[in-house]
Design a protein around this ligand. Structure first.
Ligand SMILES: *Cc1c(COP(=O)(O)O)cnc(C)c1O
Length: 419
């Protein structure tokens, strides 16, 4: 029971009782069915569930976005045989993951064609290989970013056989720098969002709209998968604006601000996306059926053409009101107090994380515990990932679903009392 959590055990029992009431199973089999359902929940896997109490919404080491309920259900369906490449009406083969691509078109209607691949890096590699292998890709020196874990964009681009043509300086690049570099040997201009750092002071960069006038295709890597401008993230580039500004190809990740599974999203003009789709590399970076299912469900149930809907964990965590976090933190502190644990509710700033909106602070609150609590919290079931700051362990409820607070409280009690 500790491993699975009280709520899920209760749900398994209630489900078995319900099945008995609707005469799907015999009354004497209720217990056996409930036990089997709980056993299914304890299938051994090397991955441990984490309650993310860091306040960092897209925590890279915790797998970035947490999926919405419809996406989780879609994953379970896709685990078996599914019509990922089959038209059930005719019985004939169909385009792979057609529903996913339709859903992508629906959320960004201005994209004339779309494609989805394995991750953001694959989208970029496919675009660069197709448009610029054997020729030059023009990039600003201010955008030669390291994505993380040692992966550097220049290395990624050169691995495709394209030659990198660097222009401008780290802090300033002008339209003339690009214009001077563009010529018959240019395959594409690449505009990369520096998504994990900020350059401040004497800076200048050239927008997609100006680059689009230079007569070669512009690839815009917006990074986070923000589909439309959002007032909460004023400096974060979005897919719709990049397309409106004239980018031929826009690439983004599925598991950042989109709140979906790991995927690389490609939006663009029909001729360019069609070239990407036909390139042999497209087959090597294609999406598996599980990702098709989860991505389609995220787009259909989590996003309208005007933005993200409530119930998408990423956006719920980004938009939770500070006063609600205060109330929830007070509730947790009171519960811990009843168990004899000393703690304090303190202001705590959350972050977008995962390569999005660097430097943006999301105001909120956290429950402060002694510093050494963090390591014990990681070893509980469910594991709790907290943030250590200024000699304290901060438990921030921003990214913890409210219905999991009882589980979190139990893990904190066990961690503090040495359980
Ligand atoms: C995150 C990011 C990538 C890499 O995307 P993955 O989905 O992690 O492969 C590439 N470019 C930018 C600007 C990013 O923010």
């Amino acid at each position: 029971m500790d491993r699975v959590g009280r709520d899920r055990v209760k749900a398994a029992i209630q489900q078995a009782q319900q099945r008995a009431r609707s005469e799907q199973i015999a009354p004497q089999d209720v217990l056996a069915h409930a036990v089997a359902a709980v056993a299914d929940l304890t299938v051994p896997t090397a991955l441990h569930e984490i309650l993310n109490a860091t306040g960092v919404v897209l925590h890279t080491n915790a797998g970035r976005a947490s999926l919405a309920a419809p996406a989780r259900q879609a994953l379970a369906v896709a685990a078996g045989y599914v019509d990922v490449e089959l038209d059930l009406t005719t019985g004939r083969r169909s385009g792979r993951g057609r529903a996913t691509l339709d859903a992508l078109r629906a959320v960004v209607p201005t994209a004339t064609d779309v494609l989805a691949v394995n991750n953001g890096a694959a989208a970029l590699v496919l675009a660069t290989t197709t448009l610029a292998a054997g020729s030059e890709v023009v990039v600003s020196r201010g955008e030669m970013v390291e994505i993380g874990d040692g992966f550097r964009l220049p290395d990624l681009i050169e691995s495709t056989g394209a030659r990198l043509r660097e222009v401008g300086t780290t802090n300033r690049t002008k339209l003339a720098d690009y214009a001077d570099a563009v010529g018959p040997g240019t395959g594409a201009i690449l505009k990369v969002h520096p998504s994990n750092f900020r350059v401040e002071g004497f800076t200048s960069a050239v927008g997609v709209a100006e680059l689009a006038g230079l007569g070669v295709p512009v690839i815009a890597d917006v990074g986070s998968g923000l589909l439309h401008p959002h007032p909460l993230l004023p400096d974060e580039p979005d897919v719709t604006t990049a397309l409106a500004d004239g980018a031929g190809i826009v690439t983004a990740s599925g598991d950042k601000l989109l709140g979906g599974p790991q995927a690389g999203l490609i939006f663009g003009t029909t001729d360019l996306v069609q070239r990407l789709r036909r390139h042999p590399l497209a087959r090597a970076v294609r999406l598996d059926k599980l990702t098709h299912a989860a991505l389609e469900a995220t787009l259909t149930h989590g996003h309208g053409p005007t933005g993200a809907r409530p119930g998408l964990p990423t956006w719920d965590a980004l938009t939770v009101r500070p006063e609600d976090l205060r109330t929830r933190s007070d509730g947790l502190a009171a519960e811990l107090g009843r168990q004899g644990i000393e703690c304090e509710v303190v202001p705590s700033a959350g972050a977008v994380g995962g390569g999005g909106a660097p430097g943006l602070e999301l105001p909120g609150w956290a429950v402060a515990l002694p510093e050494d609590t963090a390591s014990a919290l990681r070893l509980q079931t469910p594991a709790v990932l907290a943030r250590v700051s200024a000699g304290r362990t901060l438990v921030d409820l921003r990214c913890v679903p409210p219905e999991r607070e009882p589980d979190l409280a139990r893990s904190v009690v066990a961690a503090v009392k040495g359980g």
